[in-house]
Design a binder for this molecule. Structure first.
Ligand SMILES: Nc1nc2c(c(=O)[nH]1)N[C@H]1C(S)=C(S)[C@@H](COP(=O)(O)OP(=O)(O)OC[C@H]3O[C@@H](n4cnc5c(N)ncnc54)[C@H](O)[C@@H]3O)O[C@H]1N2
Ligand code: MOO
Length: 404
């Protein structure tokens, strides 16, 4: 079987994928969710010309000369505006966030004034319009503040709230089911101490990645290498309660690699690929009805790297995310690296800040696809493209940072 490129495989997995549906959530709960519709401002901000400082609201022309003596005729505080206009030779005591009264166009900060009873005298010049936030300088009613497909940050929901949205329309969370196969697998703390046992790890990482990408995750547990048992669990996973079924293990070509046969037997239109990627060559992808199925390799590091490359973008695409990733970032090599072969390499690596400010990346000496101690110690994946020539320390490169 010819190797499929990583780009082609990502295209295959995310092709014709769109958001599953929309729900309204309180703005306070919307960070991390994907915005389903463009969000228009429901008000103008600031709603009027507002003072940016504590001081005196004046007519700029009145204070062209310093000192200028003005009669203080009232006060404008945040939430308690001054009712009347400011006339020639007059000033209004004003505080930060207060409406600038009609007639005034400038705020003199109190540090640049001297107050004597009802008279205020300027002690330094202030340019006209200084210290005033003009009406609508942030946003105006009816203009789009946030665009559909955006994964909302804490900063975005601040803007949404200020635009007067108590709830936000977001993509519903994809419901993801996880399955792990292998006769050797036992849950943490539940082994009998036999050397042939392996304590499961994959689903913990897959669940963490999928949840961070916005999914609602259900772990359907361990399944032995038994076709009937795998088929029964697959049938349950495909029964309509989930949008995406993710398996780990049994994806390769061994006699006990039964996930593919079980998925096919349950009517999944499945394609099995060898991807030009390391770690994690075997990958299965298919669907039955509206339910998608992603079969990841069993080796723990491979399952995690493949999840970063395929599962996370798929979960994001299922929410209409305009940038489903995976998103690479620029860095520089901290050490020399050898030429690469045909498989795109995602090397477990560590980042350090170089004296010149650039991020310098060092791959770990061991890149075994079963070594979780190395995966946990890494803080990024160094991407080595297919057939990349040998690289020298200082050469530009690309990484995918771990953001969890
Ligand atoms: N003749 C060939 N053999 C293999 C090939 C190949 O192309 N030809 N590919 C290798 C590659 S690459 C990988 S990756 C593995 C993937 O195989 P499977 O997806 O079938 O995975 P398993 O055989 O079930 O398990 C592999 C390994 O990982 C451990 N494992 C499995 N599930 C879990 C889990 N949930 N938590 C922790 N560890 C798990 C399992 O015990 C095995 O040690 O195939 C190669 N072979
Ligand atoms: O997919 Mo494998 O990770 O090269 O062991």
């Amino acid at each position: 079987m010819a190797l499929m490129s990583v780009e082609e495989a990502i295209g295959l997995v995310t092709a014709e994928v769109s958001a599953l549906g929309t729900e309204d959530v309180p703005v306070a709960a919307a960070a991390g969710r994907v915005l389903a519709r463009d969000l228009l401002a429901r008000r103008t901000q600031p709603p009027a010309d507002m003072s940016a400082m504590d001081g005196y609201a004046v007519r700029g022309a009145d204070i062209a000369e310093t000192p200028a003596r003005l009669a203080v005729i009232g006060e404008s505080a945040a939430g308690r505006p001054f009712a009347g206009p400011v006339g020639l030779g007059e000033a209004v005591r004003i505080f930060t966030g207060a409406v600038v009264p009609e007639g005034a166009d400038t705020v003199v900060i109190q540090e640049n004034t001297a107050r004597d009873g009802a008279i205020v005298t300027t002690t330094a010049p202030t340019a006209t319009l200084r210290n005033v936030r003009l009406k609508g300088c942030d946003f105006t009613a009816g203009t789009p503040g946030l665009v559909a497909g955006r994964r909302l940050t804490g900063r975005d929901i601040m803007l949404a709230a200020a635009m007067d949205h108590p709830t936000l329309p977001v993509a519903r969370r994809p419901r993801v089911a996880l399955m792990q196969t292998g006769d050797e697998l036992v849950l943490p703390g539940q082994g009998t101490g036999k050397d042939s046992e392996i304590v499961v790890s994959n689903a913990f990482g897959l669940a963490a990645l999928a949840r961070r990408a916005g999914a609602e995750v259900t772990d359907l547990g361990l399944i032995g290498d038994d076709l009937a048992a795998i088929r029964a669990r697959v049938a349950h996973a495909l029964s309509g309660a989930f949008d995406l079924v993710v398996s780990s293990g049994g994806a390769s070509v061994g006699d006990h690699d039964l996930m593919g046969p079980a998925l096919r037997a349950e009517g999944v239109d499945l394609s099995v690929h060898k991807i030009a990627l390391r770690p994690g060559k075997p990958l299965m992808f298919g669907s039955r009805g509206g339910v998608r199925v992603l079969g990841l390799p069993g080796n723990p590091v491979s399952s995690h790297v493949c999840a970063m490359v395929f599962l996370v973008p798929l979960v994001r695409a299922l929410q209409g995310d305009a940038a489903p990733g995976p998103l690479a970032a620029p860095a520089r090599l901290a050490v020399d690296v050898p030429a690469n072969d045909a498989r795109r390499d995602f090397m477990r690596a560590r980042l350090e800040r170089h004296a010149d400010g650039s991020a310098r990346v060092t791959p770990f000496a061991s890149q075994d696809s079963a070594m979780l101690s190395v995966l946990a110690a890494a803080d990024c994946l160094l991407i080595r493209p297919p057939f990349a020539p040998a690289g020298k320390a200082g050469d530009p490169c690309e990484i995918i940072p771990f953001d969890d």
